[in-house]
Design a protein around this ligand. Structure first.
Ligand SMILES: [Zn+2]
Length: 339
């Protein structure tokens, strides 16, 4: 009985699987296996250079056409075979230059790197790496924040991962006060909250070097990498529009594309789409997992992407997400994901 129900449910999903006319892939870091994180929350953001090459080879074998983001609106307005794919890497990690660029050159594939100015300038903590270090430093983490006492046992990996999720949720909900808590957590274990930023992020010179490559497009990814729904309108003006102007001045070229930090439903919705749209970006990318359809030509302020998790084998993951299967399950068969 259970089996029949499961088969019916699976075939209902399969009927709703649609690969779309194109997709935007979302990556973060491309680093050797030995440098990857132990926490799956961070490891999800890390694939190896071998993974990236395998993905590029898979795209070529399948006859999917790599495209630059500049060409995306036209590809949606006048869809045609073959399906297209845009590669994007978020945050402005140093490995985008040193590990990803050589692979994209080998496969002559355009790609975009969405730069968080505060990471590149070395003034904002890449706090998800700091948090892993803080939670690995001892067997217990205690702190007070906003009148509440937090007490986490961190003596096993499972306990550390639970603590990570709770503190990460707290940090993401703090808006402009986030950095105060980050500094406090770093201080508890005598860490420099910006050391992880210097280790993982490009310098402005490196961003300029990347921007000069004809295959690379530089996109904006705010100044401080906040959930935009935690910020006031005035703060969003600074985080999104002033940061874009600074990025343009630093790389001395126009920046036409934007990626929302934490672009899920719990971070950006109508208000944030409207405030960001005022900048007149060509594309605005969320982290909602889905393929692209012709209807997305009218939803350029909220385009879904397909996130590639480093926790699973790269090519198998790509197969599953590009086919539309994973998003059909997640969105219960909804074809055009926009809201
Ligand atoms: Zn990001």
């Amino acid at each position: 009985m259970l089996k029949a129900t499961a088969i019916r449910a699976a075939s209902a999903v399969t009927r709703r699987v649609r690969p779309g006319v194109g997709c935007v892939l979302m990556l973060h870091r491309v680093i050797p296996d030995a440098e990857r994180s132990l926490f799956p929350q961070n490891r999800a953001l890390e694939i190896t250079p071998e993974d990236l090459r395998a993905m590029l080879a898979w795209v070529r074998e399948r006859g999917i056409e790599p495209s630059a983001l500049d060409a995306l609106p036209a590809r949606l307005a006048e869809p045609h075979e073959p399906k297209f794919v845009c590669f994007t890497l978020d945050d402005g990690c140093r490995d985008s230059l040193h590990h990803a660029l050589p692979a994209f050159r080998e496969y002559d594939t355009p790609f975009s790197v969405n730069v968080t100015n505060g990471f590149v300038g070395g003034t904002v903590s890449v706090w998800w790496y700091l948090l892993e270090e803080v939670l690995t430093a001892g067997w217990r983490l205690r702190f007070s924040w906003d009148g509440r006492d937090y007490d986490f046992l961190t003596d096993t990996l499972a306990a550390r991962l639970r603590a990570y999720d709770e503190i990460a949720t707290l940090l993401r909900g703090l808006g402009s006060r986030r950095d105060e808590l980050i500094a406090h957590l770093a201080g508890l274990t005598e860490r420099d909250p910006l050391a992880c930023t210097r280790r993982t992020s490009m310098t402005w010179d490196e961003v300029r070097q990347l921007a000069a490559d004809p295959l690379a497009t530089i996109g904006a990814h705010t100044h401080g990498h906040h959930s935009l729904n935690q910020l006031t309108d005035a703060e969003i003006e600074v985080e999104v529009h002033a940061a874009r102007r600074e990025l343009e001045a630093q790389i001395r070229r126009p920046v036409r594309h934007f990626a929302y930090p934490f672009g899920g439903r719990n971070a950006v919705n109508e208000r944030e789409f409207e405030l960001v749209r005022r900048g007149g970006f060509t594309t605005m990318l969320t982290t909602r997992n889905a393929n692209l359809f012709p209807e997305h030509a009218g939803l350029l302020d909220r385009l879904p992407r397909l996130g590639v998790s480093g926790n699973y084998p790269a090519v198998e993951t790509l197969n599953l997400i590009e086919s539309g299967f994973a998003s059909a399950v997640q969105w219960r068969g909804q074809r055009v994901v926009g809201e």
